[in-house]
Ligand binder design. Structure first.
Ligand code: ATP
Length: 266
């Protein structure tokens, strides 16, 4: 799995055109893009640069994709870490990993550090002290306070549980911009289908509007999954193009998966 990470870290050729919908979010992120592209402009004006952005909301809605797109649009190095990688038993190990992460980002600046599951290190500190966890979170705060206008680094955190985060993380100069990324509405689902069907031969009678209607409540990850499943089904049936029935089957399959998952919860 680490191997895969390493590969991901080398420049992703992903841009905003790969992210469907989320127009307001992309607009809001425009400023960050401008900063990463033209840091001197802001420095000359004595402006403080945003350091941290928190993307929060349900899973599979494009948070990772957006972070990659920001790096891609600005030719910045994309450095991906997961909060759970920093959760360690021995005191000081997590903190050291945080230090190493930021060292790498400084060396490879301009860079985008993306930390998903940030709640794994950034959860509210409890009264009974947990030395290792507290040290790791403290180190993250220190690193974020430490880099300044001379370093073109943006830290993007992602979480499904913003309510769990320690307030210290959300203070000015840290993750002071919070952007909610929700499940896509019907128009966005249409756009997401278009992105994921771009390189697939589909029957011209397929109505994307209808696909969007049938996938109410689903995330971008589900839609990407459906597009892929439909393609696999068509291959299995030795067809040259993907038909409506393949999509219907793929949708059934994903809905079935969702139902199974929910029945575990209940
Ligand atoms: P998690 O919280 O589970 O980590 P996430 O919000 O980071 O999820 P991503 O990893 O960005 O979700 O999305 C998973 C996949 O779903 C993407 O690789 C992409 O294929 C697809 N996807 C999600 N949202 C979009 C979107 N807005 N446009 C195009 N594809 C999308």
């Amino acid at each position: 799995k680490n191997e895969k990470r390493r590969e991901e870290n080398s420049s992703p050729k992903i841009g905003f055109s790969d992210v469907a919908g989320l127009e307001e979010v992309k607009e809001e992120l425009g400023e960050i893009i401008d900063f990463l592209k033209n840091p001197e402009k802001y420095k000359a004006m004595g402006a403080k640069i945003p350091k941290g952005i928190l993307l929060y909301g349900p899973p599979g809605t494009g948070k990772t994709l957006l972070a990659k797109a920001i790096a891609g649009e600005t030719n910045s190095k994309f450095i991906h870490a997961s909060g759970s990688e920093f959760v360690e038993k021995y005191v000081g190990v997590g903190a050291k990993r945080v230090r190493t992460l930021f060292e790498k980002a400084r060396k490879e600046s301009p860079s985008v550090i993306f930390i998903d599951e940030i709640d794994a290190i950034g959860a509210k500190r409890s009264l009974e002290s947990n030395n290792e966890k507290d040290q790791t979170l403290n180190q993250l705060l220190i690193e974020m306070d430490g880099f300044n206008n001379d370093q073109t680094i943006i830290v993007i955190g992602a979480t499904n549980r913003i309510d769990m985060l320690d307030e210290a993380l959300l203070r000015p100069g840290r993750f002071d911009r919070n952007i909610y990324i929700g499940n896509p509405d019907i128009n966005s689902r249409k756009e997401i289908f278009k992105v994921h069907l771009k390189n697939k031969p589909i029957n011209p009678n397929i109505n994307i509007e209808e696909l969007a209607k049938k996938t109410h409540g689903m995330s971008g990850a589900h839609i990407s999954n459906i597009a892929n499943e439909a393609a696999i089904l068509a291959v299995r049936k030795n067809k040259k193009i993907i038909d409506k029935e393949d999509f219907d089957e793929a949708i059934e399959k994903v809905i079935g998966g969702l139902e199974r998952k929910n029945s575990h919860i209940i």
